[in-house]
Design a protein around this ligand. Structure first.
Ligand SMILES: Nc1ncnc2c1ncn2[C@@H]1O[C@H](COP(=O)(O)OP(=O)(O)OP(=O)(O)O)[C@@H](O)[C@H]1O
Ligand SMILES: [Mg+2]
Length: 303
């Protein structure tokens, strides 16, 4: 085996104790956030990075795709227990898996090496209400605390966030610095480029509201992922126009990445498997691998 290569990206910015964070966020639903996190996380894990994904969404689609939604909450704590400080990060995490057989026993699933999942919970929908009525129990700074107290060896954390800047989302973004990134995926088939503009405005407003004397959050967008872009089989004038509009408006200041339209990705949910597990040579894999490389995650263990 060749000796391990070094990552192109600093995974412990300024020598901090918690890893680099990448958060998928855009203020519009059904925009390929979960898709991007599930596939990117698996590719990074397969490239030798120690990866942890966090499912912040009450729908728990990421937990479903990574085969952990059905687990018993009493036995396997979730992000809700982590938020309330009733479970540690390790206790709230399970190995990410993909389905290899029928039924719900452990042997119906195979583990994805290097990839841990903080399980989602339906209860997160109560975060904003509880944070308003009992701020001493529901702390907006809970994720900052998780970061500060981390002493493990993860290389990168990927966050699958809901499509709004709720208090819960804000709590996830608070520890981010310019070294981390907010990665907005835009599904060009049904979303307009305006959603991006709105996301920039909301983030700027959040920074203003959450800045204190000791902290200035810096959720930073450097890369934009255009998902479901036209291919020779699937054209669509409208989609091509959305891509052009994004290129015109954002091409100069941001790196833009294209993930082509494919009927492989929508199968993730039914198959309960991320694309790398069931279609490793497919077009979306090619595109997401390019994205992983562009983000600075070269293969640490090239064949
Ligand atoms: N490149 C692609 N080609 C075709 N379909 C895609 C592509 N990327 C994502 N999709 C489909 O778009 C839909 C929305 O994707 P996804 O669930 O990842 O969005 P989301 O932003 O997480 O949604 P939500 O806001 O509900 O959490 C899914 O059905 C997914 O399969
Ligand atoms: Mg989602």
């Amino acid at each position: 085996m060749s000796s391990k290569t070094l990552p192109r990206r600093n995974l412990r910015p300024h020598g901090r104790n918690w890893p680099l964070i990448i958060a998928a966020l855009i203020i519009s639903g059904g925009s390929a956030k979960t898709t991007t996190i599930s596939i990117l996380a698996t590719i990074l894990a397969l490239r030798g990075y120690k990866v942890r994904v966090f499912d912040f969404d009450q729908q728990r689609n990421l937990s479903h795709i990574l085969c952990a939604k059905h687990l018993d909450d009493a036995q396997f704590p979730t992000i809700w227990d982590l938020i309330r400080d009733e479970a540690s990060l390790e206790e709230a995490s399970v190995p990410a898996r993909f389905r290899v057989g029928d039924g719900w026993d452990d042997d119906a699933f195979a583990e994805i090496p290097n990839l841990m999942l903080v399980r989602g919970s339906r209860h997160v929908k109560n975060f904003d209400t509880e944070a308003a009525v009992a701020p001493e129990r529901m702390l907006v700074g809970w994720f900052e605390k998780v970061c500060r107290e981390y002493d493990g060896e993860d290389d990168v954390w990927l966050l699958d966030l809901p499509a709004s800047l709720s208090k819960l989302t804000v709590s996830a973004l608070l520890p981010l610095t310019e070294d981390d990134e907010v990665l907005p995926p835009v599904l060009v088939t049904n979303k307009e480029e305006e959603d991006l503009g709105y996301t920039f405005e909301e983030l700027a407003e959040m920074v203003e509201n959450m800045t204190t004397r000791s902290r200035r959050p810096a959720p930073t967008i450097k890369n934009i992922v255009m998902c479901s872009t036209p291919t020779s089989q699937k054209k669509g004038i409208e989609y091509a126009e959305t891509v052009e509009a994004i290129e015109r408006q954002y091409g100069e200041n941001f790196s833009l990445h294209k993930i082509r339209y494919t009927d492989v990705i929508p199968r993730q949910h039914r198959l309960q498997a991320t694309v790398p597990a069931f279609a490793p040579s497919s077009a979306p894999m090619e595109d997401y691998k390019k994205l992983a490389t562009a983000l600075g995650f070269n293969d640490l263990e090239p064949a």
